[in-house]
Structures are given as structure tokens and as C-alpha cells.
Design a protein around this ligand. Structure first.
Ligand code: NAD
Length: 320
């Protein structure tokens, strides 16, 4: 029998790739999104009998869906620092109220609930690499706290539903992921550097660029979410690429792969910007049989190819 998944935030970057993958796996998908940082364009090619797009704000009230639902996957939340700094209260509300409404839906339907949490729950980590057992080093009142603490609350309420109502829940902690359909101006390093390199503009590296990130290419990450959805694990389980590179090296690499002559300039680092970031993915490997497979070079090349086709990545004088 065809299974149905509700994907909240499904019209965003990760969500649109997840919807594609679930459809390819034979699921029926109900994508719920208010388009605050996503866009119907991201999923327009999926519309059809097996895929419905519902415009709704998951914080607005209880989610009602007709018929059986097998999985509720919650990706709804502004995710880039630029977005959650512009939408601080919305970010807190979607992590708290939005997550609660989606947990209620999963509970009502007897569905599996999967929360897309984040490596930001580790804050600026004092343990490296970060295993799931590390509780984090988060500034609860800094500008990033609206996102970090919303996700920490979302994890807490997810575990409370599991303990109180026996809801079948799973939590994945996603580390930096990139790929086609990121917005050129969302402020995250990969789209920013690609946009600047393609436009021949200076590439803006925060601080001296020695801070590290681990970058996962989107099909790998989506495969991890699908495995978590198909499992009965509670988690949290880290999903991310083990390869760790400095932000400066990333800028240089993108410059090489685009063939750009852009210079690299240094700009101030944002408050509470994490210095090191690499997942310990032992648990994902042992319990989900998952590991990232795409090399950073392959993922970056594919992402650059996609950005080359986007008008918003073109130099301003060449935009339509
Ligand atoms: P995104 O901004 O592209 O997608 C988020 C989607 O949620 C958007 O389509 C947005 O319109 C929707 N949304 C936001 N608030 C909503 C609301 N109140 N009601 C309905 N829809 C709402 O970001 P993304 O990078 O695709 O991230 C997806 C999820 O994965 C987020 O929860 C994010 O925290 C998590 N995550 C992403 C990364 C990453 O590197 N991309 C890393 C860690 C965690």
C-alpha cells in the first residue's frame, strides 16, 4: 500500500530534495510550507497525483490532514543565519509551536515523526568532533540563540511526546549541507562564495578563515533522513560529512572550481560563530548503515553548475 508522508518545510532547499526522493521511493507526499524562506518553484516540477503542495503556517494552529499518514517529517524553520536574524520570533515559534502541532498530527495519525534538528544544538563546541552524547556550548541570549534554542526546545518536546504518549519519534542533527536550490543570497558560505566567484566579486571570508566546517552534499543528507524515517530509532543521530575544511580553503576551492579571478577579502566574524565543526557519525554508520558518499569536490562542482544557470548568480549587469 502507498504510504503517505507529510513534509513540513518541504518547499525549502532540503525539503524539496527530500520530497523528490520520497516520491521516487513510492511515497505519496503532502508538502506543507508557508514559503517564508522556501518557494513553490522548488517543487513545481513535482506537482501531480502523488504530490500535493499546501500553503500553511505550521505555527498557526493544529494541522489537519485527511486520511492515513505514515510519517510526519518536520523541516519547517528558517535555517540560515541571515534568515533567522530577520525572523527571530518566527524561528522561535516554528521550533516550539510548529513542532508541537506536527507532533500532535503524528500522534493523532499513529505516524512516525522525524525532527530535522541541527549541529547548532552543540553551539561553539568544546568537544571535537561532536558525538550525540555532547550536550553543547550554547549562548542562550546571543543573537544565534533564537535558532539554537528553538531547535533544543524542539528536541526536548519531541522526546517528551515519546516518553509521555509513546509517539514514534526520531531526531536527526544535521550538519552544514549544500547543493542546488540554495538561495544565492541566503548568507551561507557555499552559495555566497559561489555567487561572488561567478560574478568576479571579492570572496568574503569571515575572520582569518581558519574556522572549520564539514559540508555534506544534499543527496547524501536526504538519504540519511530517509533511513531515519524508515527506522524506529529515537536518536538524536548526527548526519553530516566527516571531511573537515577551513572556510578559507573552501573559498579557495570554489575559486579554483569556478575558474574565477576573484580576490579573497576578510570581513568580521559574526557573534558566536562556531570555530570548529565536524560530526562524529559513528552512530549513523552503526545504527542506520549511513555515511556521506559524495566527495566535497563532486558536490561543489555540481552545485556550481546549477548556480551558473541561475539569473540571481549572474553579475548585476548581466541579469535579465
Ligand atoms: P530552508 O529555509 O530552505 O527551508 C525551510 C523551509 O521551512 C522553507 O521552505 C520555509 O518556507 C519553511 N517554513 C519556515 N517556517 C515555516 C512555518 N512556520 N510554516 C511552514 N513552513 C515554514 O532551509 P533548509 O536549509 O532547507 O533547512 C531545512 C531544515 O533543516 C530546517 O529545519 C533547518 O533548521 C534544518 N537544517 C538545515 C541545515 C542545512 O545545512 N541546510 C543544517 C542543519 C539543520
Amino acid at each position: 500500500m502507498t504510504r503517505t508522508a507529510v513534509v513540513a518545510g518541504g518547499a525549502g532547499f532540503l525539503g524539496s530534495h527530500l520530497c523528490e526522493r520520497l516520491l521516487a521511493d513510492g511515497w505519496r507526499v503532502l508538502c506543507v510550507d508557508n514559503f517564508v524562506t522556501g518557494s513553490p518553484e522548488n517543487v513545481a516540477h513535482l506537482l501531480g497525483d502523488a504530490f500535493r503542495l499546501i500553503e500553511a503556517d505550521v505555527t498557526a494552529g493544529p494541522q489537519t490532514v485527511e486520511g492515513p499518514v505514515n510519517a510526519v517529517i518536520n523541516l519547517a524553520s528558517p535555517a540560515s543565519p541571515v534568515d533567522y536574524h530577520q525572523l527571530p520570533l518566527e524561528t522561535l515559534r516554528v521550533g516550539s509551536e510548529g513542532t508541537r502541532h506536527l507532533l500532535d498530527l503524528a500522534r493523532e495519525k499513529g505516524a512516525r515523526f522525524v525532527l530535522a534538528s541541527t549541529s547548532e544544538t552543540y553551539g561553539d563546541p568544546l568537544v571535537h568532533p561532536q558525538p550525540e552524547s555532547y550536550w553543547g556550548n550554547v549562548n542562550p541570549v546571543g543573537p544565534r540563540s533564537v535558532y539554537d534554542e528553538a531547535k533544543r526546545y524542539a528536541e526536548a518536546i519531541t522526546m517528551a511526546y515519546r516518553r509521555t504518549y509513546g509517539t514514534d519519534t526520531g531526531i536527526v542533527r544535521i550538519f552544514n549541507t549544500y547543493g542546488p536550490r540554495m538561495r544565492a543570497h541566503d548568507g551561507r558560505a557555499v552559495p555566497t562564495f559561489i555567487r561572488q566567484a561567478l560574478a568576479g566579486q571579492p570572496i568574503t571570508v569571515a575572520g582569518d578563515g581558519s574556522q572549520t566546517r564539514s559540508l555534506c552534499y544534499v543527496p547524501d543528507l536526504v538519504d540519511g533522513i530517509v533511513r531515519m524515517t524508515e527506522s524506529e530509532l529515537a536518536g538524536p543521530v548526527n548526519l553530516g560529512n566527516q571531511e573537515e575544511i577551513s572556510v578559507l580553503r573552501l573559498a579557495e576551492w570554489i575559486r579554483e572550481l569556478t575558474g574565477s579571478a576573484s580576490g579573497i577579502v576578510h570581513v568580521p566574524r559574526p557573534t558566536d560563530d562556531p570555530s570548529i565543526r565536524r560530526p562524529d557519525t559513528t552512530k549513523a554508520r552503526e545504527e542506520l548503515g549511513w555515511a556521506a558518499e559524495f566527495t566535497t569536490e563532486r558536490g561543489l562542482t555540481a552545485t556550481i553548475d546549477w548556480f551558473r544557470t541561475r539569473p540571481e548568480s549572474a553579475p548585476e549587469d548581466l541579469r535579465p
